[in-house]
Design a protein around this ligand. Structure first.
Ligand SMILES: N[C@@H](CCC(=O)N[C@@H](CS)C(=O)NCC(=O)O)C(=O)O
Length: 285
């Protein structure tokens, strides 16, 4: 069977003149069925459109962004394809994988686990790259115009995957990203579990450390980050100031916008999502 034959449409809904779809497919990276969602704007026939991957945060699924962020109106206007994967494998059968909300199911952290028993299925970095190829092969998407953004754990995912694979993602932005996971409790728990106790392996999945290591502007057109100042996770988990300092030292342009009164949730994301789509539209051309 080809990849194409394994792609099943679970549901389809007309939306702002385009179509909102939910898919399931057999992922070779994960070794299990995976779900993802796509918003296809109108007027895609015969064209190659820019495509923007959105990585969601802890406890989310492939549905969360499409239901809560209200991004389809701007995507329809700008002619951008939106793709949102699930946040982890489901049903991997790892003992305890659904016991906590910040590790295991719903918390894949967009990296390939190297430690047992997670390393067999928890391979979310390889999965996002597989999904990118699948989308480019099956949807009217332009391989030269692929961007990535995300929220919280997904903001970490977007920043680290873009910095690790700048040849695959041409623009990157984030909402309230876990910007320095090697120094916060969520990141330390996840990296310890997925990558093991040797912390030297962790920094390759930390956006702040990747910027420091690059020592140059990997994205010369800039990175956009929005952060709510009423976010209850800001002080303990997110560390945008560490990313800001690393970008300043490396000469990486960063627009870090701090918003008084906004919390960590989708009311915050929906308030600024159009700005992110316009940012990517401008950068992807
Ligand atoms: N379960 C956690 C919150 C988890 C959480 O805030 N998840 C964020 C991503 S890190 C999210 O987007 N949740 C889904 C939603 O707000 O709809 C808690 O009780 O504090």
């Amino acid at each position: 069977m080809t990849e194409l034959a394994q792609l099943n449409v679970l549901s389809e809904h007309a939306c702002f003149g385009g179509v909102q779809r939910f898919y399931q497919h057999a992922s070779s990276a994960i070794g299990l069925p995976m779900r993802f969602s796509v918003y296809l704007p109108p007027g895609a026939e015969g064209k190659r459109l820019p495509v923007l991957f959105y990585l969601a945060g802890l406890t989310c699924t492939e549905e969360t962004f499409m239901i809560k962020a209200g991004a389809q109106r701007a995507a329809s206007e700008l002619g951008i394809i939106l793709v949102a994967p699930d946040t982890s494998p489901r049903g991997a059968g790892v003992p305890g994988e659904t016991d906590s909300w910040d590790f295991g199911a719903g918390a894949g952290f967009y990296l390939d686990a190297t430690a047992e028993p997670w390393s067999r299925h928890y391979r979310m970095e390889s999965y996002i790259l597989e999904l990118r190829e699948l989308v480019l092969a099956t949807l009217p998407a332009d391989p030269q115009r692929v961007g990535i953004f995300g929220h919280s754990m997904g903001g970490h995912g977007a920043l680290t995957l873009a910095l690790r694979h700048p040849e695959l993602f041409r623009s990157v932005s984030a909402f309230a990203p876990i910007a320095a996971p090697t120094r916060c409790p969520w990141g330390r728990k996840a990296f310890g579990g997925y990558l093991g106790a040797d912390q030297s392996a962790w920094r390759a999945h930390d956006a702040t450390e990747l910027i420091k290591d690059a020592g140059r502007a990997v994205f010369p057109d800039g990175i956009l980050v929005d952060q709510g100042l009423a976010d209850k996770f800001l002080a303990e988990q997110l560390y945008p100031e560490a990313l800001e300092e690393a970008c300043r030292a490396a000469g990486q342009p960063l627009e870090l916008r701090r918003h008084a009164g906004y919390d960590h949730g989708y009311y915050f994301i929906s308030s600024f999502v159009e700005d992110h789509l316009r940012f990517h539209s401008l950068n992807l051309g």
